[in-house]
Design a protein around this ligand. Structure first.
Ligand code: DHB
Ligand code: MG
Length: 214
């Protein structure tokens, strides 16, 4: 399929399965207005996360990298009313935007935004585990460290999901010196070979790594 046709099929899927409501489209506009990077997941990936969380009956979920809360809102909408998503964000300003939209979406009972260094916050969160799923979408160089944490804190039958598994194609370069790309390469290699996981990368626009904990 040529690229134009691929794009048209992507739009077809998004319109049919993953139409945004006003809250999500307003959030996108505010992310731009605030000058934050527009690097959140797309709507189809949001829907994919909902399918995955629903499939395993997820109730306890962690997200690494909140940004404006776009993916958190998608995921929280797939949780039952007693489900909980804790989403971790390094930057206070981004967390504030996320909190405002999570409230507007009526999800404040289900979603908690914590601000700080993810690996430090995860140490605390380990005490409340095990978790059903973790969505990793933060600093790429720490993906392997996040995976280590997941291996110890996600239940059997739970999911580890990693965004940007292709890193815009940079993962194909074995000689890369980019720490973020190397982090994702290591993450993907471990998902592929570690017998504790059953994994695949779904070739969305930038690849989504999905690992089932055995
Ligand atoms: C970047 C990070 C992301 O998580 C993403 O989905 C796209 C881009 C980035 O750091 O550029
Ligand atoms: Mg991402």
């Amino acid at each position: 399929m040529d690229e134009q046709l691929r794009d048209a099929c992507d739009r077809y899927v998004t319109e049919l399965f993953a139409a945004e409501d006003e809250i999500l489209s307003d959030l996108r506009a505010e992310i731009v207005e605030a000058g934050f990077p527009l690097i959140h997941i797309d709507a189809a990936e949001g829907r994919l996360l909902q399918v995955l969380l629903g499939a395993i009956g997820a109730k306890k979920v962690i997200e690494l990298g909140t940004l404006g809360g776009y993916s958190a809102i998608w995921m929280a909408r797939a949780l039952p009313s007693d489900g909980r998503l804790v989403t971790l964000e390094l930057e206070m300003e981004r967390a504030e935007l996320a909190r405002r939209f999570i409230r507007r979406a009526g999800l404040e009972d289900r979603v908690e935004v914590r601000v700080g260094v993810a690996l430090e916050l995860l140490e605390v969160l380990a005490g409340d585990g095990p978790y059903d799923a973790v969505f990793i979408d933060a600093d790429k160089e720490n993906y392997p460290a996040y995976l280590d944490w997941c291996a110890s804190n996600v239940r059997s039958g739970g999911l580890v999901i990693g965004d940007n598994a292709f890193r815009s194609g940079a993962v194909l370069d074995d000689g890369t010196s980019d720490a973020g790309v190397r982090g994702i390469q290591e993450f993907n290699r471990r998902l592929a070979s570690d017998p504790r996981f059953t994994s695949i990368v779904v070739p969305t626009r930038d690849g989504v790594a999905i690992a089932l904990m055995n």
